[in-house]
Design a protein around this ligand. Structure first.
Ligand code: AMP
Ligand code: MG
Length: 401
């Protein structure tokens, strides 16, 4: 058995999958495999920051003053009249500043007459002008390789004309839930049977992180069925997630099935609660198998703590950012038995000072009812047995950060 830090260190070392070109409209959530550079100065020229009049500040030495109005420049207009002494032009936000003008006076600070404009307030030279290149110069890196594309980054790419971007490929994932007792959500259940909750929960979690689920099914507890289905899933997926059948029970065949198809077991057993029997194995050609324990809280904890970081590393995200956590204030005491890492179900409550963490009591790792009330877990290190209210605790969210 290894500890959680050793397990994470192993997963941080996984090689990424490679890259592909994607249309910008499909690239949300992918990590960039190229730097995004400014294709021209930003802004590309001196521009008006407001709607008003482009003027020469040297006309404002004596106030009030009256300047001849020589026309109008709307955003998108190429009209660039020379602004001679004693003249001004109406200008809209985003329009290029015409030659001769050095400031923009907003409409609210002027009175427009028939062919002239009256000004009675002083002007600060350069006011309301965005300078060419003040945000970035041509060739400057705007977004670094490895950054995950979110809405704002997509906007930046669009602004520099990147209709297609080079991104790291995201893993395709298969979800195989093992157990003779499992029934699909649509089926009726006898008292000795259980509805498959891990499958839908994992598919939803994968979807929330932007990973494609290429297969999801229930498999009986048989080495032959398991090895056949794992081998088949490996034909079209990069990562195979199994739940159940991974501990010491008589019908726990996941390890044997994984070995039977020639995968090499990297670890089996992590010093944590819940989720100790976690298994990780590798197949050739950068394919990965995770055996998550069957109990729902164990399966989900193993998924969020270890599978998500591995998926992120595979997708080109900086390994040091593969497991984000927040340090938040604890609202009531947490006690654990210590000795191994504990992941305590918790929910967030939002007060005036921001969120604080409320620990929840789960009866066992099967207690999905408690899981359904939680927003994530408090990660308690093995050497800690008690955490006092008011302390900062490491909170791992079930939602993508
Ligand atoms: P196992 O790890 O296969 O021994 O399963 C541990 C417990 O988790 C058993 O009570 C199983 O019935 C339950 N379990 C296994 N798979 C699932 C699943 N997909 N959904 C809900 N519960 C499950
Ligand atoms: Mg089972």
């Amino acid at each position: 058995m290894i500890n959680t830090e050793e397990a994470i260190a192993i997963l941080k070392n996984i090689s990424l999958l490679g890259f592909e070109k994607k249309p910008l409209s499909d690239a949300m959530g992918n990590a960039l495999a190229e730097d995004i550079l400014a294709d021209r100065d930003i802004p590309p020229s001196d521009r008006s920051a407001m709607d008003g009049y482009a003027v020469r500040s040297d006309d404002f030495e004596k106030l009030p003053c009256e300047l001849e109005l020589v026309g109008e420049i709307a955003a998108g207009s190429a009209f660039q009249p020379q602004i001679a002494k004693g003249t001004c032009v109406r200008i809209m936000t985003g329009a290029n500043i015409p030659p001769g003008a050095d400031s923009v006076v907003v409409f609210e600070k002027a009175q427009e007459g028939e062919r002239s404009v009256f000004f009675h307030l002083p002007v600060k030279r350069g006011e309301n002008i965005m300078r060419q290149g003040e945000d970035a110069k041509t060739g400057e890196t705007l977004i670094a390789k490895g950054t995950i594309l979110g809405p704002l980054q997509i906007g930046v790419c669009a602004s520099v004309g990147k209709a297609g971007v080079l991104v790291f490929r995201k893993p395709q994932v298969a979800v195989l839930c093992t157990g003779e007792e499992l029934r699909d959500v649509h089926e009726s259940v006898e008292t000795h049977e259980l509805r498959n909750s891990n499958g839908p929960a994992l598919c939803a979690a994968l979807d929330s992180f932007g990973y494609d689920v290429v297969e999801s099914q229930i498999i009986k507890d048989s080495v032959n069925d398991l090895s056949r289905e794992i081998a088949n899933a490996a034909n079209f997926s990069d990562v195979i997630l199994l739940t159940g059948g991974v501990s010491k029970g008589k019908y726990d065949f996941v390890r044997s099935a994984v070995e039977k198809i020639g995968a090499s077991i990297v670890f089996h057993g992590v010093a944590m609660k819940p989720g100790k029997p976690l298994l990780y194995a590798k197949l050739e050609r950068n394919r990965h198998i995770f055996g998550l324990p069957g109990n729902p809280l164990s399966a989900m904890t193993g998924f969020f703590e270890f599978v998500v970081p591995a998926l992120r590393v595979l997708s080109g995200i900086n390994p040091n950012e593969c497991r984000p956590s927040m340090f938040l204030k604890l609202s009531s005491k947490v006690t654990t038995k210590g000795g191994r890492a504990h992941f305590v179900q918790a929910k967030l409550e939002w007060g005036k000072e921001g969120p604080h963490v409320v620990p929840l009591v789960s009866h066992s790792s099967a207690d999905l009812v408690c899981g359904g009330r939680s927003d994530g877990v408090i990660a308690v290190p093995p050497e800690v047995r008690e955490i006092e209210p008011g302390s900062l605790v490491e909170f791992h969210s079930w939602k993508p950060l």
